[in-house]
Ligand binder design. Structure first.
Ligand code: SF4
Length: 412
C-alpha cells in the first residue's frame, strides 16, 4: 500500500474509534438521563400524593405551613423532571446521530489490528515514511540511545532529501542531571545541522518532588509524564502551526526507546499512533527507530560513526538519566553517588536533605541516606572511583575499538 494511503487509512480508523467512543459516551448519557428522569418522576408523584392527602387547608389552619412546604417540594420536583427530560432528549439525539455511522465501522479489535499492521509496514520503509511526513521531531536526552536514534533519523532524512523537516528537542531536568547533558544534546543536534530546542519545565525534577512532597516511583512515574511528555504537546502545536498547512500534518516523534531495555519497552511497537497528541490538525506517530537494537549494537554504531557520547558512561553507569533515577537499582545509585564524590558534586547531600524535609523515602525499602552511607563505605575500602575516556567502549567492544574511536574523534 502506498505510504500516503496507509497514513490516511490510519487516520480514518482513528476517527472511527473516536466516533465509537462518542457513541458509547452517548449510550451512557442516555442511561444516566433516564435514571434521573425516573427519580424526578418518583419525587413528583410523592409530592402530588402528599398534597392530595392534605387537601387545601385554610390559611390559618395548623397544616398551612406543611402544605406550603409540600407545594415547594412539588415545584422543585417538577423542575428536576423537566431538566432530566431535556437531558434525555439531547443524549438520545446524540445516540441516534452516531448509530448509522457506527454500523459501517468494523469491530474495535479489527480496527486495532489493522492499525498495528499498517504501522508495522510503514516502519519497514523509513525513507518513504519521512517523505510522507511534514515534521520530524527527535526527542533527545543526549544519551547513547538518543544519539544513535538521531544518527539513523538524520541518515534516513538525508536519503529522502528531507533534512529540512527534522528538529530536535531536549527536556532539561535541571540540577538533577549530570553536568554537560544539555550542552551535549545541543552539540549533537547542531553537528547534524538540525534546529534544536530546549524545554525547561518549571522547577525541574527537584522542584516537582518538593511540590508534591513525594518521590515518583515505577507505578506513578510523574517525572516522565509531567516533565518530559507534557511539555511536548505545546511544542508540537507551535511547530505544526508554523507549517501553515490546510490539511492534517503528519508528525513523526522519534524516541531512542529500545525493546531490550525492559519488559515493558519490549512490548512497544516500532511505530505507534500517539492518540493523546493526535488531533484533527495533526497525526502524530511515535517512532522508536532503534527499538530492535541491543546495547552492544548501540555502542558499535557509536564507535563506527565516531558519535560523541557523554563521559558518564565511562564510569560504568549504564544510563545517562537523572543522577538519581527513581527506577535505578541500588548498585547504580551507589555508583552514581561515588561518581558525584569524585566530581565533587553536592547533589547527594541536596537529595538527602530533600528526603529528610519531605519525610518520604526515595525508595520504599531504602533511603538516600543508606545509599550515601554505602558509597562512603566503599570509597573508604577501595578508594575513590576512577575512569578513563573510552572505558565504555573498552567494556562493550574491547580496547582496540576504544583506541580507534579516541584516535579518530575528539575527547571531552
Ligand atoms: S531519569 Fe528516572 S527519575 Fe529522571 S525523569 Fe526519567 S524516570 Fe524520572
Amino acid at each position: 500500500m502506498h505510504t500516503d494511503n496507509a497514513l490516511r487509512t490510519i487516520e480514518l480508523i482513528r476517527c472511527a474509534s473516536k466516533a465509537a467512543s462518542t457513541y458509547r459516551t452517548a449510550q451512557h448519557a442516555v442511561r444516566k438521563a433516564h435514571d434521573e428522569q425516573c427519580a424526578a418522576q418518583a419525587q413528583l408523584n410523592h409530592w402530588n400524593d402528599r398534597l392530595y392527602a392534605m387537601g387545601g387547608p385554610g390559611r390559618d389552619s395548623p397544616e398551612h405551613a406543611a402544605h406550603l412546604a409540600a407545594a415547594h417540594g412539588h415545584q422543585e420536583a417538577k423542575q428536576k423532571l423537566r431538566k432530566a427530560e431535556a437531558r434525555l432528549q439531547r443524549a438520545s439525539a446524540m445516540l441516534q446521530a452516531h448509530r448509522p455511522a457506527l454500523n459501517r465501522y468494523p469491530a474495535e479489535r479489527t480496527r486495532r489490528r489493522a492499525t498495528t499492521l499498517l504501522l508495522d509496514r510503514l516502519a519497514d520503509h523509513p525513507v518513504d515514511l519521512i517523505r510522507a511526513a511534514d515534521l520530524i521531531i527527535i526527542q533527545t536526552s543526549a544519551g547513547k540511545d538518543s544519539i544513535v536514534a538521531m544518527h539513523r533519523t538524520v541518515a534516513a532524512a538525508k536519503a529522502a532529501g528531507c533534512l529540512h523537516k527534522v528538529r530536535a528537542m531536549h527536556c532539561d531536568l535541571g540540577s538533577a542531571e549530570w553536568p554537560g547533558v544539555r550542552e551535549l544534546a545541543r552539540r549533537q543536534a547542531e553537528g547534524y545541522g538540525i534546529p534544536f530546542l530546549v524545554v525547561t519545565p518549571d522547577g525541574g525534577f527537584l522542584g516537582m518532588v518538593e511540590n508534591r512532597q513525594q518521590w515518583p516511583d515505577a507505578k506513578r512515574r510523574l517525572c516522565t509524564s509531567t516533565l518530559k511528555r507534557d511539555p511536548t504537546g505545546p511544542v508540537i502545536t507551535t511547530w505544526v502551526g508554523e507549517l501553515r498547512l490546510d490539511r492534517q500534518a503528519i508528525v513523526l516523534n522519534v524516541m531512542g526507546v529500545r525493546g531490550a531495555e525492559s519488559a515493558s519497552r519490549a512490548l512497544k511497537a516500532r511505530l505507534a499512533l500517539d492518540s493523546r497528541t493526535t488531533s484533527a490538525n495533526r497525526l502524530v506517530l511515535t517512532w522508536n527507530i532503534i527499538h530492535g537494537l541491543s546495547e552492544q549494537e548501540v555502542w558499535q554504531e557509536i564507535a563506527s560513526n565516531g558519535l560523541e557520547y557523554h563521559p558518564i558512561y565511562d564510569t560504568g553507569l549504564p544510563r545517562l538519566s537523572c543522577v538519581y533515577c527513581v527506577l535505578a537499582k541500588p548498585d547504580w545509585l551507589i555508583l552514581a553517588t561515588r561518581v558525584c564524590f569524585a566530581l565533587e558534586m553536592p547533589l547527594p547531600e541536596t537529595y538527602a536533605a530533600l528526603e529528610r524535609r519531605i519525610g518520604h523515602s526515595f525508595k520504599q525499602n531504602f533511603t538516600l541516606n543508606d545509599i550515601i552511607a554505602a558509597a562512603r563505605m566503599l570509597d573508604a575500602l577501595d578508594g575513590p572511583v576512577t575512569w578513563r575516556r573510552g572505558d565504555a567502549l573498552r567494556t562493550h567492544l574491547g580496547p582496540a575499538a576504544a583506541d580507534q574511536y579516541l584516535a579518530t574523534t575528539f575527547t571531552l
